[in-house]
Ligand binder design. Structure first.
Ligand code: HCA
Ligand code: CU
Length: 415
């Protein structure tokens, strides 16, 4: 049973709910960038690096259109240098006239930057590895050469009237003085954003806060952040980056990307609708999230995980009797997110041995039956008895309730 209404079968709580205040959001009011963060949606770049991803031109157009309608600020595309079709698709998406700005992601060299500008993008995301690992085993360039090339390429892209971002790959395993020196220089050269990337997914929220905070004190431009999820910290790291002064977060739908991917768009929305509710609800069309995830999951042939924030099948299912009772009185007791914000509904399960009579009473009322509290308690005991033997579906519990009710009617008419 999913968060959506299944045949109207689930008991629903009273409508006049009072929300519990969440103290955290008050703290966040002091941190303006948390309340005005921007999303760089990279399903069509990082997401194309996901093991199962193969996007046709039609898939890319649909994904880009859906993301633009959803309200993401930027859509990042695979480098046009990657293949002839990538080049054509980049041009096609740039010509759609979407609301989101279109970026492409290229290596920090003049040939790649020229190809990117040729496609008609709004911005170019430049990237180069700065850790000693990548310098030694990947491109072999010194920090001096990286800086010189970066400044030339940035000046070229800007001269074409196109936005430009400069990012180091593997920022957290790069020498701090090296990247601060480099970023200070590119900031001076007029870059629009610098980027910090946890390419291997090893950073912790505290490391992120420290690096972003330090960088915030060194550059005046925007700060973009990119977190891989190898150790499960990608969403927490994104939030901490914003707290530290970052302005932009990279996401992909369902988190798809290289290895196990990056900060998922949906999970970030779940986080930010709690941390920064007004901005998040007014900026992004949250009710479209499920459709976007369903489309991307079908294209890359994966299921939406059962425990996915918001759209996992049980994300708004309440089961234990104690929970159900409180939820029926006021949903904020056990829900930090109101499913209606995402166009979904909650489900209160009455089909298990751990259900309670308040939840069953609500279902009895929904079925239009008239039972006293004692009778509801009796039928709850019958449900529990059966649920001890085998898993039940909602139809089974409805049958138990109906046959109990019929039994009472038969007793009354024979008396
Ligand atoms: C990669 C590159 C990148 C770049 C991130 C960025 C990373 O695939 O290795 O440019 O913001 O994770 O470092 O995705
Ligand atoms: Cu990445």
């Amino acid at each position: 049973m999913c968060g959506t209404d299944e045949n109207g079968t689930a008991p629903q709580p009273a409508q006049n709910q009072k929300s519990a205040s969440w103290p955290y959001s008050q703290v966040q009011d002091y941190i303006s960038q948390v309340n005005s963060y921007k999303i760089i949606e990279s399903t069509l770049r990082e997401g194309e690096q996901f093991a199962n991803a193969f996007f046709t031109t039609e898939n890319k157009i649909k994904i880009a259109t859906m993301l633009s309608d959803f309200g993401v600020d930027y859509i990042e595309l695979t480098s046009p240098v990657s293949s002839p079709q990538s080049y054509e698709d980049c041009k096609t998406i740039c010509s759609l006239g979407l609301k989101s700005k279109i970026l492409t992601h290229v290596r920090c060299n003049m040939e790649d930057a020229k190809k990117a500008v040729e496609c008609g993008v709004d911005g170019v995301d430049l990237v180069i590895g700065t850790s000693s690992f990548l310098r030694e085993y990947s491109h072999g360039k010194s920090m001096e050469l990286i800086q010189k090339t970066a400044i030339e390429v940035i000046e070229y892209v800007k001269s074409q009237g196109v936005e430009v971002r400069f990012s180091s790959e593997d920022s957290f395993r790069s020498d701090l003085v090296d990247i601060l020196t480099l970023y200070k220089a590119v900031d001076k050269a007029g870059v629009n954003r610098v980027g910090v990337a946890d390419t291997v997914g090893g950073a912790t929220p505290r490391m992120v806060y420290d690096l972003v905070r330090t960088l915030r004190g060194v550059v005046g431009c925007d700060i973009e952040t990119h977190f891989h999820d190898d150790t499960g910290c990608a969403v927490a790291n994104a939030l901490t980056a914003l707290e530290g002064g970052a302005t932009h977060v990279d996401t992909s739908v369902l988190g798809i990307g290289e290895r196990n991917g990056i900060t998922p768009l949906g999970a970030l929305m779940a986080r930010m609708v709690v941390t920064s509710p007004e901005y998040t609800k007014s900026k992004y069309k949250l009710s479209q999230l499920k459709a976007i995830e369903e489309y991307v999951s079908s294209v890359v042939q994966v299921n939406i995980p059962f425990n996915n924030p918001v759209t996992g099948f049980c994300a708004f299912t309440h089961k234990a009797g104690i929970h159900a009772k409180a939820i029926l009185a006021n949903p904020s007791t056990y829900e930090i997110i109101d499913p209606a914000v995402f166009g979904l509904t909650r489900y209160i399960s009455i089909t298990s041995r751990i259900t309670g009579w308040n939840a069953v009473k609500s279902r009895v009322q929904q079925l239009g039956l008239d039972l006293t509290d004692d009778q509801v308690k009796e039928v709850t005991a019958k449900i529990k008895q059966m649920a001890d033997i085998r898993p039940l579906a909602i139809d089974d519990t409805d049958s138990i309730i109906h046959s109990y009710h019929l039994g009472l009617q038969a007793q009354a008419s024979s008396a």
